[in-house]
Design a protein around this ligand. Structure first.
Ligand code: ZN
Length: 176
């Protein structure tokens, strides 16, 4: 996919709220939220991580249900916004999604962004059709340079069952 300026702006905001502006100790934890869209406008909702304050939060972002209900769901129901993408950080891992990301977080959204401050890269895993068994995704990767996004060559077609690229992250997740 390509990022136009309104999407770049909302992702830069998400990076600030989920990484740059959080206290240093909490920067070790994963943070995230939802990006909503209305016309050509985008809005980011920071969501509390259910695991925050535990070691698990360094390896897993699970959006707190109450903050989903109070924030983006309310905007969808009452203000006519629609769900555009998920966003979360991987402070200690690469921009590759974990198997939990695929199986839970990504299932309700076509676009799913991950930012890794460790490598200063952004990925977007986009659902590309197919049924559950044969679902395919396209992952696009950008280097984050001076508040801009430079697409790398790492645009990969992924079958959902192909977990080999994600094994390292998955092992780390299971170690908790
Ligand atoms: Zn993740």
């Amino acid at each position: 996919m390509d990022l136009d300026q309104p999407i770049k702006n909302v992702i830069l905001q998400a990076i600030r709220e989920c990484h740059t502006d959080v206290p240093v100790l909490e920067q070790l934890e994963e943070h995230g939220g939802w990006i909503l869209k209305k016309g050509n406008d985008y809005k980011f909702f920071f969501l509390k991580n259910d695991n925050t304050g535990t070691v698990r939060a360094q390896m897993l972002f699970s959006a707190n249900k109450k903050s989903v209900g109070d924030g983006p769901l309310k905007a969808i129901v009452k203000e006519g916004w629609s769900n555009f993408a998920t966003f979360h950080t991987h402070p200690q891992f690469s921009i590759n999604p974990s198997s939990i990301d695929w199986n839970l977080l990504f299932q309700n959204s076509k676009y799913n962004f991950i930012y890794s401050p460790a490598t200063d890269q952004l990925s977007c895993s986009a659902r590309n059709g197919g049924d559950d068994e044969n679902q395919t995704w396209v992952m696009t990767v950008w280097d984050v340079v001076n508040n801009d996004f430079v697409k790398t060559n790492a645009v990969v077609d992924i079958r959902l069952s192909d977990e080999i690229p994600y094994r390292i992250h998955e092992e780390a997740t299971q170690a908790t």
